[in-house]
Ligand binder design. Structure first.
Ligand code: PLP
Length: 483
């Protein structure tokens, strides 16, 4: 039997670039398109050091589709315009946020994920990738100490992981429909916790921020008082959230003390390790995030320090079956799951890409030693910057991780804000990008030392510009005018 011939496409694109991959034969035009796009991306990376981390306003290409489709050449030219205006995380001075350069194998895996176009919604739409997600989340959960039988699910970002964790916590405690249920977390916890409660239909008063100590860690004594008050007031506690790596200074809450308060009362402990949990994969630095294994659920964001391309977040649970008990619907239009549950039954998302592939390939690319080196490099750079800034008249706010925030001593809030704007601009003029968080009532500058290409020269330049920016500092005299 011969194959039916395909109807000719109505509009044969000019350059011979097919709109869909040909299932019958190799397609040189398509291969060339992919090769050229890769080469264009490689040139963008290779010129990163010559461009500011934050580009100026750029020209946008035409937004709406033209009457007829464009050639490969025209598509690549339009792409270049968008690339020209993109944030540039590979510049060695890109230190503002938790957005490092991308791990190269995860870029390749992202391309392949798009090409496979599988759907983690259901096993028959992603057979091998479903198993990969199940196996890798189980490996990681066990590796982070959650015990045998632990596992989890990938999510499009830590905000979603935290939301799912709290929804599962509420379901497990049987507190659905209770508008008086409370969540305790540190005053420095991530904004996604407040967002989650809003999505869950809880009033803002459901969130109980617990004061932090001088190092930015949740004060366990205050938490004990808060839990006792809730108990006496008859208010149920849905969960306690500990943060392993706060967003401004990288503080790590005392998880063991917090777990000791939760366990006797049967309260769910969620650890938001979006920043810090990957430290537990580096043997020399695992002690910076101790006791992650005491969590009932744990958020990990490999998209942050490890550079897995966005998005890459995981929600890991000691008892992963709780995900499907909470989110399962039976998925009536799919074949039954051949294992525990379909990917679309273990969380909020329905159709979702197989983001697990780029995490898997990225971790395989790094290996244990590469993972340890990424973490170690970040810690070393943070320590170097701390030493350079130490002699200056600054309040330094750091922690055990690779984040360091600082502000001049003794400024009032308005003066601190003015300083932060000026100093950030002075730094940007030298292609050094820091962020400007408001913390403890005053603006700070913050460096995140996750960029492996940041060297001593960038760190020294930051310290020199910060020194010059300080109030009362005499600016170095300009060079004498010749003649
Ligand atoms: C980044 C971050 C999140 C949220 O992760 P997204 O991927 O941005 O949604 C949650 N918690 C902490 C501590 C974070 O730093």
């Amino acid at each position: 039997m011969s194959r039916p011939s395909l109807p000719a496409p109505e509009h044969e694109p000019e350059a011979g670039l097919a709109a869909f991959p040909n299932p019958l034969a190799a397609d040189p035009a398509l291969e060339s398109f992919l090769v050229q796009a890769s080469a264009q991306l490689c040139r963008w990376w290779a010129s990163s050091a010559q461009r500011s981390p934050l580009p100026g306003l750029s020209v946008l290409p035409e937004v709406a589709p033209a009457r007829d489709g464009l050639s490969a050449e025209a598509l690549l030219a339009d792409l270049q315009l968008v690339m020209d205006g993109a944030y540039n995380p590979c510049n060695p001075g890109a230190l503002a946020h938790l957005d490092p350069p991308p791990l190269t194998a995860s870029v390749v895996a992202d391309l392949v994920v798009a090409g496979l176009n599988n759907n983690l919604l259901a096993e028959e739409l992603a057979p091998s990738l479903t198993r990969l997600e199940r196996c890798l989340t189980a490996w990681l959960a066990e590796r982070l100490g959650l015990g045998p039988g632990s596992g989890g699910v990938a999510a499009s970002g830590g905000t979603l992981s935290n939301l799912m964790a709290l929804v599962v916590a509420r379901h497990s405690a049987g507190l659905q429909g209770r508008s008086d249920a409370l969540v305790f977390c540190s005053a420095d916890a991530h904004v996604s916790i407040a967002k989650a409660l809003a999505v869950m239909g809880l009033p803002p008063s459901a969130l109980r921020p617990v004061p932090v100590d001088g190092e930015g860690r949740l004060d366990a004594g205050c938490l004990a008082d808060g839990l006792a008050a809730a108990r006496h007031g008859g208010q149920p506690v849905l969960a306690v959230v500990a943060t392993a790596g706060t967003t401004v200074r990288g503080a790590v809450d005392p998880i063991a003390s917090i777990a000791a308060l939760c366990r006797p009362q049967g309260i769910w402990l969620h650890v938001d390790g979006a920043i810090g949990a990957v430290y537990a994969l580096a043997p020399d630095h695992a002690e910076r995030v101790p006791d992650l294994g005491q969590a009932d659920s744990l958020t990990v964001n490999p998209q942050k320090l490890l550079g897995i391309t966005k998005t890459s977040s995981l929600l890991l649970l000691r008892e992963p079956q709780r995900l499907a008990s909470c989110f399962g619907t039976g998925l009536p239009y799919m074949e039954p799951s051949w294992a525990d549950a379909h990917g679309g039954e273990c969380g909020l998302q329905g159709t979702r890409p197989a983001e697990i592939l780029k995490l898997w390939l990225g971790l395989r690319q790094l290996g244990e030693s590469g993972i340890a080196a990424v973490v170690d490099g970040a810690v070393q750079r943070c320590e170097q910057l701390r030493q350079l800034l130490q002699p200056l008249d600054l309040e330094l706010r750091g922690g055990p991780l690779h984040l360091l925030a600082f502000t001049p001593r003794g400024l009032d809030p308005a003066a601190a804000e003015a300083w932060s704007i000026r100093c950030r601009q002075d730094l940007l003029d030298q292609r050094l990008m820091l962020s400007r968080p408001l913390y403890a009532g005053r603006h700070h500058l913050k460096a995140v030392l996750g960029n492996p290409y940041t060297g001593n020269s960038e760190l020294e330049a930051i310290a020199a510009l910060v020194a010059e920016s300080l109030p009362g500092q005499v600016r170095p005299l300009a060079l004498p005018i010749p003649g």
